[in-house]
Design a protein around this ligand. Sequence first.
Ligand SMILES: O[C@H]1[C@H](O)[C@@H](O)[C@H](O)[C@@H](O)[C@H]1O
Ligand SMILES: [Fe+2]
Ligand SMILES: [Fe+2]
Length: 310
Amino acid sequence: MVHEDFRKQKKTEELQLDNIIPTSKTSSDDDVFLAPEVNAFGRQFRDYADANNERQKSVEEFYKTQHTNQTLDFVKKMRHEYGKLDKMVMNIWECCELLNEVVDESDPDLDEPQIQHLLQSAEAIRKDYPNEDWLHLTALIHDLGKVLTLPQFGGLPQWAVVGDTFPVGCAFDESNIHHKYFMENPDFNDPNYKTKNGIYSEGCGLENVFMSWGHDDYMYLVAKENGSTLPSAGLFIIRYHSFYPLHKAGGYTHLMDEEDKDNLKWLHVFNNYDLYSKSKVHVDVEKVKPYYMSLIKKVRNFAFISSEDE
Ligand SMILES: O[C@H]1[C@H](O)[C@@H](O)[C@H](O)[C@@H](O)[C@H]1O
Ligand SMILES: [Fe+2]
Ligand SMILES: [Fe+2]
């Protein structure tokens, strides 16, 4: 997907993995990203506990459905269907604009159109990492897979598109939010899947793990199959940014290999901007568009899949 300019850029191993403190940051600089202490609703970020709050109640309902329906069989079926990537071609900006129509029902911190979230996270990371344009592009595209909810992409239900992700085919770790709803998942009691490793082996690498189906894996497939030359850390961010049980709670680390561990450092950096940039203050789309168009010019069109003609 990415042309010469990105090609010239560092490969993962050349990224400063051990020195990922933003170089531009000085305490007097007001052009740094300051993470707010509370979310747009005056609550802690990622607070899933308050059952009396209307939004949290609907988020809990979302997770009940997601946990019940995301089985290994379902994931394999979706990967196969959407992995064909032979149905639709559009450029990145057109796709960003489609997200004007998408509000994420799983998110207790944001109920704005998703195009705002893309730009809010990209603008935030750009402030602290002005020279890492691969990170700006990664942020811009990381949630594009949410187009799966739109009719032209098969109109998948939200439980098959958004929310935190987790491995299927092995025991559902306690680090998953609303863990209790996994009891309603047909895989929960399957003897092949209910052990810690399930169908996997210790240290097998996330690459070999089936993750619950959603916008992360889909966008990863799109980028990968289009020959993206984003650094492997960028692709890792796209693929696992919703894997909070791992990157926030430290679950499932036994499935990681050495490359995953390296890439995880960048995912931790990215998560600060993905999560804490969520805000009701809108980014002026037209104002920032020229910058992102200049990034997009470096990349080819993505071939997207729509399930219309299956
Ligand atoms: O509700 C959110 C949202 O769907 C995000 O896009 C995803 O990355 C998060 O993991 C999830 O918690
Ligand atoms: Fe996401
Ligand atoms: Fe996001």
